[in-house]
Design a protein around this ligand. Structure first.
Ligand code: UT7
Length: 361
């Protein structure tokens, strides 16, 4: 049966770092609290827009697949912190990459965006309308981070990851998936402004940043990611012991651990890199997948399980059988322009808009 195989992968992490110790200088928090409650040690702050991160990650993924931008006939950009509403971020990414043969669209399923995109991209290829899909997860979440709110400003970061999906007749690729949404509780993780419900008269900074009922989101994340992953495995007819690696969305290491425990999966089979980047929403899984391949954690024929949960509230999981190749075919020389400001200077517009962090006021 015609399926879709991941033939290329890449990431683009902006160079500016915001460590837990930097955050200690801004808000009433500690490296110890952030590390034990979330697993995060540092995150990246981007000096460019989400589209530029996406283009570099995309070019690296295409090189790994031995493809060029003209080969792409569908560009899917999973993001919830894109450059603008119109044009879509996908439009800007197409321009940066000169992927002129690609249909292109944004996909907003928040932190579940990559898993949603994997299912959409695979099914477009299976349906026969597209041959080569570039799926990118990209975020510039620091734009939405309110550094007067210690509950949220320690959690998120910026970055992008991408995969190339190509048509194949092999018994590989997506074996089963499960996607879901519970809109009845969408408000427990939100950024209300920038949609039509935003009050144009009085822009209230409180409505422009990420707000979250952390514990409620936490409980739902553990339940839904675990249930969804179990459903996908059952649909695929794959036993838990046959899973080589779980690549979960990286929101909180305690969510990841609890999900693996609920499934009964050995912790050695779980990929975790949240300490380096924090929660980069739609980018966490493609970035983690790229690093897992670079570290030799995936072998030919392996069963890889993806699971995610995020704003909406969305969730998704996918059981994927890896193909023969785990090495890139080529390397891209695509790079971001170097930053012209340090991390604190990049955060200055946030402080001006949301208010000074308590330790600076
Ligand atoms: O990508 C999907 C979306 N996001 C998520 O999945 C995140 C889900 N939620 C979480 O990861 C966790 O709920 C958090 C990391 C956000 C919070 O962890 P928690 O263990 O649920 O902490 P909490 O909200 O119950 O707060 C415990 C205490 C509170 O103090 P009191 O009331 O006990 O005195 C908070 O005020 O920790 C305090 N606190 C902090 N202390 C130091 C909250 N944020 C901080 C902070 N530093 N940054």
């Amino acid at each position: 049966m015609r399926s879709a195989e991941i033939t290329g992968w890449g990431k683009c992490m902006p160079p500016n770092v915001l460590s837990n110790h930097d955050l200690e200088q801004l808000v009433d928090t500690s490296d110890e609290w952030i590390t034990t409650r979330t697993g995060i040690k540092e995150r990246r702050i981007s000096h460019v827009e989400a589209s530029e991160l996406a283009a570099v990650a995309g070019l690296r993924a295409l090189a790994a697949a031995g493809k060029s931008p003209e080969d792409v006939d569908l560009l899917l950009v999973a993001t919830c912190s894109g450059d603008s509403i119109i044009p879509s971020t996908a439009s800007v990414v197409q321009k940066h990459m000169q992927a002129w043969n690609a249909a292109a669209m944004d996909l907003n399923a928040a932190c579940s965006g990559f898993v949603y995109g994997l299912v959409v991209g695979t099914n477009m290829i299976r349906g026969g309308t597209h041959q080569t899909v570039l799926l990118v997860g990209t975020e510039k979440l620091h734009h939405l981070m309110d550094f007067t709110d210690r509950n949220t400003c320690v959690l998120f970061g910026d970055g992008a990851g991408a995969v190339v999906l190509e048509a194949t007749d092999g018994e590989i690729g997506l074996l089963a998936s499960d996607l879901g949404m519970d809109g009845s509780v969408g408000h427990i993780l939100e950024v209300p402004v920038d949609g039509t419900m935003g009050d144009r008269g009085e822009l209230n900074p409180r409505h422009c940043g990420i707000t979250m009922e952390g514990q409620e989101v936490f409980k739902r994340a553990v339940t839904k990611m675990g249930e969804s992953a179990a459903r996908s495995l059952e649909k695929a007819g794959i036993a838990l012991e046959d899973v080589a690696l779980l690549i979960p969305h990286q929101a909180n290491v305690r969510i990841i651990d609890a999900t693996a425990r609920r499934l009964g999966l050995d912790e050695g089979k779980v990929y975790v890199n949240i300490h380096s980047y924090g929660n980069t929403s739609a980018a966490t899984i493609p970035v983690a997948l790229t690093e897992a391949l670079e570290e030799g954690r995936i072998s030919a024929g392996d069963i890889v399980l993806f699971a995610a949960f995020g704003g909406g509230l969305t969730w998704g999981s996918a059981v994927y059988r890896w193909g023969a190749r785990t090495e890139p075919l080529d390397e891209s020389d695509a790079e971001l322009p170097p930053p012209d400001r340090d991390t604190m200077e990049l955060l200055r517009p946030n402080f001006d808009f949301f208010g000074l962090p308590e330790k600076l006021s």
